[in-house]
Ligand binder design. Structure first.
Ligand code: CA
Ligand code: CA
Length: 354
């Protein structure tokens, strides 16, 4: 009798795991092949060969690019290189990417930059906030940008027990930001299991020196985050649920969900077009190819534009899709008056004139 119970429980567990694995393969588009959509007037950016996970462009046209991310489960084409922040001036005829110097006293050896966000203070000082994973932990680094010297002065490292497995941030005030947590568990195996079991245990944090709190929860894997141009709404990508959550921001920094836009592709970072408020989404068309990296059959790249975000019928269009022959594992796209930068988790970066 005892053996029969054991066998029954074992059989039921295996069936459940099998069902969850099949559902997981479906969720990450494991069998999806991509229809190409080309952009004209593009070239790969020289010097950016090992990732450009996030890109944030200032109203002046200076673009910050985070490079060299090391992230569990993702390919790494330059395992010995530490991370860097690159700058490009999109006003130039032929913009070049230049690594920014970082002030003494900051440990660059373990710099592992992930999501970034710029903040311009009332006195026009530009700050760059960077999600960092030194030793695979999560911190937020605050830098002051020195435009003349093309350098970053490190001001502060923010750590907090709620700032774990941080993916991206959007800064909306001096030391006031929202951050996404992409996994509940911090070890790779449990984090993978969490995604397979579809637990929805991740969330969005609000951070300020006075108060830190969870402001939105129930995401499978909260990833990119940004704000509408008027800062009244917050947009959050749930990468494995393949959608974007539109949330309303309140005076006390709480968020309430307005709606969810389903996209059918694994959405990574989000940016907003300064000309019209459209969302640009860097997406992974087939995440199985990303988790199971094979250079002969690489992960592709997809960029979506979402127009009329707040209306009843947002319009979604694909502005770039490539099977990995040019660009692999796109995580972000950012536009600046007719120019676009497309970045990747671990691969190259593309610059195009639209
Ligand atoms: Ca970002
Ligand atoms: Ca991301």
């Amino acid at each position: 009798m005892g053996k029969l119970v054991v066998l029954t429980v074992l059989g039921a567990s295996l069936a459940l795991i099998g069902e969850r694995l099949l559902a997981f393969r479906e969720r990450i588009n494991a069998t999806r092949e991509l229809e190409p959509v080309e952009l004209q007037n593009c070239h790969l950016i020289e010097g950016l060969e090992n990732g450009s996970e996030d890109i944030d462009i200032l109203p002046s046209g200076l673009a910050f690019i985070s490079n060299g991310l090391k992230y569990p489960g993702m390919p790494d084409l330059a395992p010995d290189a530490s991370g860097k922040i690159y700058l490009m001036d999109l006003n130039e005829q032929n913009p070049r990417a230049q690594a920014l110097k970082i002030s003494d006293g900051f440990d660059e050896k373990f710099f592992n930059p992930h999501g970034i966000s710029t903040f311009i203070d009332k006195d026009h000082t530009v700050y760059l906030y960077v999600v960092n994973h030194p030793h695979m932990k999560s911190t937020v680094e605050i830098f002051k940008f020195e435009e003349q010297q093309r350098s970053l002065i490190h001001l502060k490292t923010i750590k907090h027990e709620l700032l774990q497995s941080v993916n991206d941030i959007v800064v909306l005030g001096p030391e006031q930001f929202y951050a996404t947590r992409d996994h509940y568990f911090t070890t790779y195996f449990l984090a993978l299991l969490e995604m397979i079991l579809d637990l929805h245990w991740t969330h969005v944090i609000f951070y300020s020196p006075k108060e830190v709190k969870v402001v939105a929860k129930g995401f499978n894997s909260a990833n990119g985050i940004t704000a509408s141009l008027d800062h009244k709404y917050i947009y959050v990508a749930d990468v494995t649920d393949k959608n974007i959550h539109i949330l309303e921001k309140h005076d006390n920094w709480d968020l309430t969900q307005l709606k969810v836009i389903q996209l059918g592709t694994l959405v990574d970072n989000l940016t907003v077009d300064p000309d019209n408020g459209d969302i640009l989404a860097g997406c992974h068309p087939n995440a199985m190819k990303l988790l199971n990296y094979n250079p002969e059959d690489p992960p592709g790249s997809e960029v979506l534009r979402i127009q009329n975000v707040l209306s009843d019928q947002p319009r979604v269009s694909t502005i770039y899709a490539n099977n990995g022959s040019v660009l692999q594992g796109t995580s972000v796209a950012s536009v600046y008056h007719g120019k676009i930068l497309i970045g990747t988790v671990f691969h190259k970066a593309l610059y195009c004139v639209l």
